[in-house]
Write a protein that binds this ligand. Structure first.
Ligand code: DON
Length: 643
């Protein structure tokens, strides 16, 4: 335990956070190696300042709580990215008391659904004390789940055949929120059970009103136990951060509550979590929060962070005095007020490009490439970024609708999208449906990490979702599909496939008939079945390939077993040509996409041409250089577009 009223213990729990001058490539300076963490410094400053506040009383109505050291004071902030910052007595365990209420309410919502829970518990704030023995006179229900009457009802609604099973489910749930299995402080539980007559009165009132349908003793006993669950200030902050992170514990990745119920939990915390102080709290601090009589306070900034504070001296509302003041100070200093959020900005579209500027990695033959240059603007790619919420998606939809003319294919790249909410899907879905109905196409790429996107869109699109929703793993695949569809409409009807003859190869441009014959004599024909590897990355290079029939793709391996296509070649193109110039080992793998015929020029024969047919060699080298410069130009164009 760090008793630390005047000497806060500073712990950088996320060790990656502290950085040294070496990492920044600066010359190491004499003196301390690591920079001071600005977050910890501020927490320490607030801790130092408020540790001097000694007003307020430790709760005594549950005798065991009276044993708390009034000077205990811990603060912890946990971000949704998993940063943990703690000062003071952040590792002292204490019973969470009313801090259990929003979490158990969330479990009741998951177990019973909103409608059933709403029949039993209201969501209106009340000016009454947390342990008031009253129901809403109009509805006959407890006014909200943060006062004891509502909390005991929520506990009774938790699923479980026996009390033991209900308790196990409650304790397991807290374990997922906190990232470790939590225990019940038996002394506190007994202490409250021995003295909790007022809560028993509330229980019988609920039974009398038909809110509880069974003997209230079991629900009360469960409620006493949930209040006696023991956690630290650090764990409270992790629990708060889990709510901030739509129910996913940012340190363990465990889903503690289904995301769709988080808004209800935070809603009642925002309006009722600080009892009679809720209005002033929301006005000044601006964060959904909850306090408990043992001295804990949690506050949640959705999407960003959770705060946990522990200091047992309470004000007249039953809220921790230092807890309230700490949250106030942090909210002011770091501008955390929920109603002071920045706009989404205009940055949702990172890059817009057309297939005329940036085509797929399939190398089309000159006639096809010319069609794509002329008509490629009918295929647009939008690289998106950030969070797709209502306002940011409105911008995207406005942009798409505004550029509707002459656009037949749209690729929406979600690779850099961090989240998509339901309202964004409600704006996108009609657009997808409309494009589909008019014979045009919108393809969504890199959307695997957005688990809600497909689900929401399918739900909105209904029966025709499978037809309308087009997903593709990456832009390259999607672009090639669009190019294929566009070419199918614009290219002259294909004649039956024939082997390409030597004179038609770009590589042979400028060779006369005699030279073509001479070259033909040194080529060797080889066939590959679809799927066969033609070139292995890393192998020594001994040959240059002229693709007479079929198509091949060039791929490189990426980390985590992924691979990326660098190019696809069709008949009439040469590949493996870089090695003819630099003789370096193969840098990529080439795989036959279809049954393939290749005319192969051994590099030893290519070398001998300098002596036997220097004219042929010069023309081949010129053509190789032209091909490489075309590739370089394409790479430059890609860089320019991405800039
Ligand atoms: O019901 C009670 O009295 C306690 N177990 C919990 C009360 C509580 O924490 C009120 N919050 N400030």
């Amino acid at each position: 335990m760090n008793s630390s009223a005047s000497d806060p213990c500073l712990t950088v729990v996320d060790e990656n956070y502290s950085f040294t001058p070496e990492i920044l490539d600066l010359p190491a300076q004499p003196g301390p190696a690591a920079c001071t963490c600005p977050i910890l410094s501020h927490l320490a400053e607030v801790h130092r300042e408020l540790a001097g506040v000694h007003t307020g009383q430790v709760a005594t109505y549950i005798p065991e709580l009276a044993k708390a050291d009034p000077d205990w004071f811990g603060i912890c902030v946990v971000t949704t990215n998993g940063g943990v910052y703690e000062v003071g007595d952040s590792s002292v365990p204490f019973s969470i008391q009313s801090l259990s209420k929003p979490f158990v309410y969330g479990l009741a919502l998951e177990d019973r659904g909103r409608a059933e829970v709403m029949e039993k518990i209201g969501v209106e704030p009340t000016g009454d004390a947390f342990n008031s023995i009253s129901l809403d006179p109009e509805t006959g229900r407890p006014r909200n789940p943060m006062i004891n009457a509502g909390a005991i009802t929520a506990t009774a609604l938790v699923e479980g055949r026996t009390s033991r099973m209900k308790l196990d489910r409650i304790v397991d749930m807290f374990g997922r929120y906190a990232g470790r299995s939590l225990e019940i402080d038996q002394a506190v539980y007994r202490s409250e059970s021995d003295t909790g007559h007022r809560n028993r009165a509330i229980g019988y009132m609920l039974r009398n009103a038909g809110i509880l349908t069974e003997d209230p003793a079991a629900a009360l006993d469960l409620y006493f136990q949930q209040c006696a669950i023991s956690a630290t200030c650090r764990e409270l902050a992790i629990m708060a951060a889990t709510l901030a992170n739509r129910g996913v514990n940012p340190l363990t990745g465990a889903q503690a509550i289904r995301g769709e119920y988080v808004e209800s939990v935070l809603g009642v915390m925002g309006t009722c979590g600080m009892y009679d102080y809720a209005g002033e709290w929301l006005h000044d601090v601006g964060l959904p929060a909850k306090s408990g009589v043992s001295g804990g306070v949690i506050a949640v900034l959705p999407g960003q962070l959770g705060i946990g504070v522990f200091s047992p001296r309470l004000d007249r509302h039953g809220n921790s005095i230092r807890g309230v003041r700490t949250c106030n100070a942090l909210s002011r200093h770091w501008d955390l007020h929920l109603f002071n959020r920045p706009g989404t900005g205009r940055s949702v579209i990172r890059v817009r490009s057309s297939a005329a500027e940036l085509s797929s990695n399939r190398l089309w033959n000159p006639a096809e490439a010319a069609i794509l240059r002329e008509h490629g603007s009918r295929i647009l790619v939008y690289q998106l970024q950030g969070h797709l919420l209502f306002a940011s998606t409105e911008l995207l939809v406005r942009e798409i609708v505004g550029h509707d003319d002459g656009v037949d294919y749209i690729i929406l790249d979600f690779k850099r999208v961090l989240s998509v909410n339901e309202s964004a899907c409600r704006l996108l879905a009609p657009l997808l449906a409309e494009y589909h109905a008019s014979g045009r196409t919108i393809i969504l790429t890199h959307a695997d990490h957005l688990t809600h996107l497909g689900r929401f869109l399918r739900r909105i699109l209904g029966a025709r979702a499978d037809e309308i929703l087009q997903l593709s793993p990456d832009n390259d695949t999607a672009l090639e599909a669009c190019e294929n569809r566009l070419l199918a409409r614009l290219r002259p009807p294909a004649t039956s496939p024939q082997n390409i003859v030597l004179k038609d190869f770009d590589l042979c441009r400028g060779l006369d008939a005699a030279e073509l014959t001479a070259l033909g004599q040194i080529l060797r024909r080889r066939s590959y079945a679809a799927g066969e590897t033609v070139i292995h990355a890393g192998d020594d290079a001994r040959e240059l390939f002229l693709l007479a029939r079929g198509s091949v793709r060039v791929v490189i391996d990426l980390p985590e077993g992924r691979s990326k296509r660098l190019a696809s070649f069709s008949a009439g193109m040469a590949f493996g040509e870089m090695a003819a110039l630099d003789r370096a080992p193969r840098s990529a793998t080439v795989i036959a996409d279809t049954d393939t015929l290749c005319d192969i020029l051994p590099l030893s024969a290519f070398d001998r041409l300098a002596v036997t047919h220097p004219g042929i060699k010069i023309k081949l080298l010129e053509n190789l250089a032209r091909g490489l410069s075309a590739k370089l130009r394409r790479a430059n164009r890609e860089l320019t577009v991405l800039e």
